[in-house]
Design a protein around this ligand. Sequence first.
Ligand SMILES: Cc1cc2nc3c(=O)[nH]c(=O)nc-3n(C[C@H](O)[C@H](O)[C@H](O)COP(=O)(O)O)c2cc1C
Length: 392
Amino acid sequence: MPPVRNAVSRRIRGVLSLDDFEIRAKRHLPKPLFGYIAGASETNASLRHNAGEFQKYGFRPRVLTDVSARSTETTLFGTRYSAPFGIAPMGISALMAYRGDLVLATAAAETGIPMVMSGSSLIRLEEVAAVAPQSWFQAYLPGEPNRIDALVDRVAAAGFQTLLLTVDTAALANRENNIRTGFSTPLRPSARLAWHGISHPAWSIGTFARTLLFHGIPHFENSYATRGAPVVSANVMRDFGKRDHLNWNHFQRIRDRWRGRLIIKGIMHEEDAAIAVGQGADGIVVSNHGGRQLDGTLSPLKVLPSIADRVGTETVVMLDGGIRRGADIIKALAFGAKFVFVGRPFLYAAAVGGQPGVLMAADILKTELHRNMALLGVNSIEEITSDLIAEV
Ligand SMILES: Cc1cc2nc3c(=O)[nH]c(=O)nc-3n(C[C@H](O)[C@H](O)[C@H](O)COP(=O)(O)O)c2cc1C
């Protein structure tokens, strides 16, 4: 085995659960980068809600149901997926893992799950569409019609069929933890940053130096129709644009222009869910951005039942935030989600294990789900209903 692959397989050896990737990523990544992924905003209250809410519920398994024919497969928007979960959009993935977005997208395609490419990414969206055309694209858009139109057209021209608009970022979040660990956007080269790099040679050589050598300084490639600023430039803040101007009229504009599937991510209130449906959204992702935006926002699992009650028969309700186990997926589905997304663990897996790491993470989650379905007494994803769980 070549030395790089050898090192990668050593790094993921012994991983048994998604949480194990986090422990390894903490060792592998420079502190500011690990902190950027792991952290949330202000007091991390929402991050804690996300994990804690799943622990409030337990199972009421059914028995003697013959589960020998069970399958984790499900159909979403007419596509058959191998499991009811996908990879959530995560910005600057290519700084964490070499060619991160491509690694995540190709592993997802191989495993038969959707991957959502982030709009804050450092690899051109056209490259991802070329190698994994079934990927979805996530956009952050400002309330500026010209910029909206141009990006929507670019995403369509690249061949993406599913556009996901994230709507919980009207302002930059207060990520104090980033400042404390030395992470900033733009990245400011400093002696401290250099030391973090030097003290993590596997990342410095295998990801950072390799990227500089073969692809140059990473730029924000997909914020708009044209190439954005390099990650080290003060201009990255300009790329944020007028996101605080974004409103439902802009959403309507996008709906009128975009012929493919349109999904809104970051819905936490049933009234907004109803407006989204009224304006033609094909689906919504109930999400608090992994606790990374408004600190104190309730956990998505907590608000899911009221949203599913309101719009679950009219649109596809999905959820992300805090899912780490097959058991968590079951709870979200029982509460009315049709599909879920998982963020941080997949990025940790890509960082420490590249494509094999992401495949392994997906396999762990799928295996847990498959096993739990047997123990719960169900054969299909559709059989997961609210009577199978209760408050502990
Ligand atoms: C490092 C990182 C970067 C993220 N970047 C984006 C992004 O560019 N666009 C977006 O809509 N959400 C982004 N998110 C939020 C995720 O899509 C998702 O909502 C969240 O991570 C789910 O929570 P989980 O990490 O607990 O699974 C990011 C999350 C992380 C951890």
